[in-house]
Design a protein around this ligand. Sequence first.
Ligand code: HEM
Length: 534
Amino acid sequence: MLDYLQSSLPYHASLLLVVIFGPLSLLFLFLFSVASLKASKEHASVPQSVPWMGTRKEFLASIRANVRGLLQSAALYTDGYRKFSKAGLVYAVPTWTRGPQIVVPPSMGPWIAAIPDDILNAKDCTYDNVQFKYTVGHPEILQNDMIDLLIKRELTRTTGTMNNELVAEIDDSLESMFGSDGLWRKVGVFDCLTRTVGRVSSRVFVGPELCSNMEYVMSASDFARAVSVSGYILHMFPKFMRPAISWLATMPNRRHSGIAMKHLQPLIAQRITDMKAKAADPTYPWEEPDDFITWMVRESFKRETFHETSVYHLAYRIVLLNFGGITTTSIMVVNAVLDIWSAPDAANVISALREEAERVLQEHNGEWSKSAVAKLHRLDSAIRESARVSAIGGNALARRVKIDGFTLPNGLAVAKNSTIGVSMDGIHFDEAYYDHPYVYDPFRFSRPREEAEKPRTNEDLVTTSVHWLPFSHGLHACPGRFFAANNVKMILAQLLLDYEIRPFATRPPNVAIGDMSVVPVTATMMIRKRDLKA
Ligand code: HEM
């Protein structure tokens, strides 16, 4: 028996290898051939006169260029910027997930930023990058105006008016993680600051009942991460396979959005009931909260379609609002903490920021009113500068060409469905716009104001330009930036005032994923409550 087993094992093992690895190798070969064909087709759509970064005359040139686009994209964009954009020329960068990116010089930036969506479309790029069709679904919500309208009309109007409530959330959140005993703690920078940002943003989005429920709050960043990961997975497969693959790839997305929906739907249903009751009878004993849910429900009363009025669709809008607003803001706070506390003269920088925060708070009777936050010029500058040097990179002002016969201002014809934009890092590190561009100079934007060294430029965190692109610029400049900037500044001000963070020996580097640079999610910091009596 033993002899039989021993002699038949090699046979069984090889059979197993053939059964498992045979189909896998065939699938891999198939996927590789399809990806290679797709890459060649996409590369052929770039005008022949446009020079490429990262391509060579070699076997399987397009797909090998795409692999370079995946692994070395930051260098491809910035080297191309120096070589071509600085000479006013257009170049192309290969990417793994986004197809070829046609990069135009910054002089064409204002022109791109002002062209309407029926010619150059912004959302088509975002939706395709993240494969929204599968990873999020709900085109009836994505193509509807309600979220954008309420951000522009209500959220921006309200920004600054609820700061006392927001500071209470910030303080409670920081103390729950960092303690009040003055002992040093080692904590995850991204994890902790995401919790605080999520809680503060949710205070305005969904109100006090839900904003400190961490299961709900963390479902927002978990959902955002799951959407990005599943978007990458789907890009590995040809289009016709995506509907089948997506069911599996987007399981985590459904789990995280499901958690958020479980909390949101009863809250919204109750809000509708209360608002209707109050409208019918002003003596109904209930005060209308001033939050995004109230604004959305009020707006839904003016609308008629099912997807603008049903509890499910209203709740899912909050899931999408969280997706667009929470992780982006967390990334800005994390970058600012890493950059400020890694500055070569961190001790002086921190004491200058702390002095400003203490002085401004005192001048405003200890309250972070809207005007107090607006006076934090040094802090504003330190964050803006961090967003410049630690930006996401890649193609900014990315737009999908929607028409045939489209030409750039230099006369170059660009095919329909091409993607054009400008190199964010190229511009952010161009000495023509910034002295010593590779240096993190926290007071770069506030110094002229404080020292009257140069004329005032009004370059603050919410001021977009073609030379500072973290919030984009022009028609699609981020409408949530006023809200985000207010929260980022208050979180950092409270950290400076109440906590001590040990400066980093070296800045934990951001990580390149495809053509994006993302914060190091595993970086840790040492933090303790300050002893204000000492
Ligand atoms: C620091 C945080 C944030 C950053 C860095 C950021 C960045 C951006 C960028 C780069 C765009 C793309 C514009 C384009 O396609 O050219 C954008 C669009 C958008 N953002 Fe933000 N964002 C942030 C926070 C928020 C918040 C808090 C909200 C909502 C409350 C929000 C809502 C939106 C919306 C609705 C759009 C689409 C605008 C349009 O297509 O017209 N963002 N954001």
